[in-house]
Design a protein around this ligand. Structure first.
Ligand code: HEM
Length: 362
C-alpha cells in the first residue's frame, strides 16, 4: 500500500513525524519480497545514502556533505555562478533567435556548478545527465533503468578512483578522505552519495529555472513588474517553487507505527509518497492556488522538503535560480515563448517540468 500525501498540512506534519522513516526495510511490501521483479522505483528507494537513511545513519551521511553547503560556502560561489551564467548567455546570443531554453541554459548552468563542486570531468557531464534522466524516468523499461544505474555507479566509481590517484579541491576528494582516514562511510555509500549529489544537484534546479521562465513568459504583466523593481527575483523563485514544484513527488517514506492523520489511518509498514507539486496547489492552504501570483505573502511552501530531510542544497538552488533569471532577463528583456504546441511534461517519477522550452529572443 502506498499513500500519496497531497495536502499541504498533512504533508508538513508527516515530513517531520518521528514515526515516519525512509529505510526501505520499513516497508512490508519490500521486506517481504512482494515487489514485482524489475519494479522501476526500486533503485531509487534503495540508493545507499542520506535519502534512504534515518536517525544516526542519516546524521552521519548528511554531516559528511553539509559543510560544503553552509550559507558562507554557498555565498562564496556567487561570482563563479555569475560568470558561468554570462558565458552561457554569450553562447545563447549566438543562436538564431529561437532556441530551447531548457537545453541551452537551464540545464548547463546547474550541471556545471555541481560538476565543479564534485570535480566531474566536463566531457562526462552530458553522459551523466542522460543516465540520471533514465534513472528517474517513468517511461524507461526496467532493464534500461537498471543498466543506467550500473553505468552511473561505474562512472562515479571511476571518478572516485581518479580522485584517489589525484586528489582535487572538491567534494569527492573530501568524501574519500572521510572514508579512508576515519572510515566514516562505506564504498557503496561513497558512490551512492556522489550519485545523489549529481542527480539532486542538477535535475531539480534545471526544472526550477525552466518552470520560472515558463511562468514569467505566460504572465508578461508580472514579468514587467519584476523588471521595473516592483518584485524581487527571490519572489519569482519562491512563487515558482510553490506553483510548479520542480520536485513533483519524492518516493518513499514508511510508517513505523500506525499513524492517524487527516482522518485516515496509515498502518505500520505502509508507504507514503511526498506529493510536493500537489501540496503547492492545495486550495485549503493557498487561496486561489492555481494562480501564479508574485504578490503572495511568502508563506512557507514545502517544495524544498521539511523536517530532517529538508533540502541540503536549498541555498545553492535559490542562488543559482536567482542569478540565472536576473542574467537571462537582463540580457533578453523581451524574451517570449516561441509559437507552437505546449511542450510535453518530462517523463519523470520525481521531477516536474517540461521537456523543452522553445523561446524567442528578440
Ligand atoms: C530547485 C532546486 C531543488 C529542489 C526543488 C529540491 C528539492 C528537494 C526536496 C523536496 C528534498 C526532500 C526530499 C524528500 O526527502 O522528500 C530535497 C532533498 C535533498 N536535496 Fe534538494 N532540491 C533542489 C536542489 C538541490 C541542490 C542544488 C542540491 C545539491 C547540490 C540538493 C541536494 C539535496 C540533498 C542531498 C537532499 C537529501 C537531504 C536528506 O535526505 O537529508 N538539492 N531536495
Amino acid at each position: 500500500m502506498v499513500w500519496a500525501i497531497t495536502h499541504h498540512d498533512t504533508l508538513q506534519q508527516l515530513l517531520a513525524d518521528p514515526r515516519v522513516g525512509k529505510n526501505a526495510q520499513l516497508w512490508d511490501t519490500f521486506r517481504e519480497g512482494r515487489l514485482p521483479k524489475g519494479w522501476p522505483l526500486l533503485n531509487f528507494i534503495t540508493v545507499p545514502g542520506m535519502t534512504t537513511a534515518d536517525g544516526e545513519d542519516h546524521r552521519r551521511l548528511r554531516g559528511l556533505v553539509s559543510q560544503a553547503f553552509t550559507p558562507r560556502r554557498v555565498a562564496a560561489l556567487q561570482p563563479r555562478i555569475e560568470l558561468l551564467t554570462e558565458r552561457l548567455l554569450d553562447r545563447v546570443a549566438l543562436l538564431d533567435g529561437e532556441f530551447d531554453l531548457r537545453k541551452h541554459f537551464a540545464y548547463p548552468l546547474p550541471m556545471q556548478v555541481i560538476g565543479e563542486l564534485l570535480g566531474l570531468p566536463p566531457q562526462q557531464q552530458d553522459e551523466l545527465h542522460a543516465l540520471s534522466d533514465t534513472l528517474v524516468s517513468s517511461s524507461a523499461t526496467p532493464d534500461a533503468a537498471i543498466a543506467a544505474q550500473a553505468d552511473l555507479y561505474a562512472l562515479l566509481g571511476g571518478l572516485a578512483e581518479a580522485k584517489r590517484a589525484e586528489p582535487g579541491d572538491d567534494l569527492t576528494t573530501a568524501l574519500i578522505a572521510a572514508r579512508e582516514v576515519d572510515d566514516r562511510l562505506s564504498e557503496r555509500e561513497l558512490v551512492g552519495t556522489l550519485l545523489l549529489m549529481l542527480v539532486a544537484g542538477h535535475e531539480t534546479t534545471l526544472n526550477l529555472i525552466t518552470n520560472a521562465v515558463r511562468a514569467l513568459l505566460a504572465h508578461p504583466e508580472q514579468l514587467r513588474q519584476v523588471l521595473d523593481g516592483t518584485y524581487e527575483w527571490s519572489a519569482v523563485v519562491e512563487e515558482t517553487l510553490r506553483y510548479d514544484s520542480p520536485v513533483g513527488q519524492f518516493p518513499l517514506r514508511y510508517a513505523t507505527e500506525d499513524i492517524e492523520v487527516g482522518g485516515v489511518l496509515i498502518r505500520r509498514g505502509e508507504a507514503m509518497l511526498a506529493s510536493y507539486a500537489a501540496a503547492g496547489r492545495d486550495d485549503a492552504h493557498y487561496p486561489d492556488a492555481d494562480r501564479f501570483d508574485l504578490s503572495r505573502q511568502p508563506g512557507r511552501h514545502l517544495s524544498l522538503g521539511h523536517g530532517p530531510h529538508f533540502c541540503l542544497g536549498s541555498g545553492l538552488a535559490r542562488l543559482e535560480a536567482e542569478t540565472a533569471l536576473r542574467g537571462l532577463f537582463g540580457r533578453f528583456p523581451s524574451l517570449a515563448l516561441a509559437d507552437g504546441p505546449a511542450p510535453a511534461p518530462i517523463p519523470s517519477f520525481v521531477g516536474n517540468s517540461v521537456r523543452t522550452l522553445p523561446v524567442r529572443a528578440r
